[in-house]
Ligand binder design. Sequence first.
Ligand SMILES: [Zn+2]
Length: 316
Amino acid sequence: MIGYQQQYLGYGIHCIDAHYVRQGQACCYLLVEDGGVAVIETGTNHTVSAISEALASLGLTAEAVRYVIPTHVHLDHAGGAGLLMQHYPDAQLVVHPRGARHLADPAKLIQGVVAVYGESAYRELYGELLAVPEERITSAEDGLGLSLDRRTLEIRHTPGHAEHHFCLWDEASNGWFTGDTFGLAYLTSALGGDRFIMPTTTPVQFAPERLLSSLDLLMSYQPQRVYLTHYGLLKAPERYVMLLREQINAWCEMALCLDAGPERESIICQRITDLTLARIKARWPDADMAMVEEDLAMDLELNAQGLEVWLQRQQQ
Ligand SMILES: [Zn+2]
């Protein structure tokens, strides 16, 4: 049985399920250092009670939370920011400069997500987005260090998945909190102790060259761990990064060969699904393919949308 809900990963790092779509879809992290807490990723409004329960279970109060740090302003990462900040009166919200104004005034985010998912899914998935007062927002430039007692978290901008994305380097654990930059690898896609990893090319800012450069930046720190938002701890990231690069390149090459038109997005979705399933089957012949397909279906659809938007931008 996979340990969802709350899992201790060592180095003061706790992984909390975000209650997004289904168990194991998205998580956030509590980093606890000498009684001070950084909450990394907010999940959605539906995540807030799980974070509070986790804090309470560790004997920590709301006042212990110093930072709330979404890696970017996609709503499975930042949708709970407004409500969380109401719960944690002493916390500062730390966000990419390009994301800051959207958390101060979430109208545009709501508009964007309604365009992708529709109004009723938006309500169900995220609830009502709350604005964060501007004076409680720190706009984090590239290279900013955040101290939590003796521990420092370093922010590095990592565009490619989105222009408003950063990752957090935790020297104490030699690990990156990667948001969506290092792709996704669900625990249910654990195949014989291995994990299948896939890039996330979600709309509307996917930029392959920038994503590949961001992967190079992450690997230049020689990380031993990556903390994925989808989902959990992945050790030895050097074993996975080539697979991410290959898929980004293969998907873009494939997509560039397709003719523009109303059918293109669904063709892309079919092609990347076929490529992904073939890759998994070749490597893990015993995998439960129906389950893998179910796990990845939503992400493959979003990835196809993102690739289509990227193509349209190329051809403008
Ligand atoms: Zn994202």
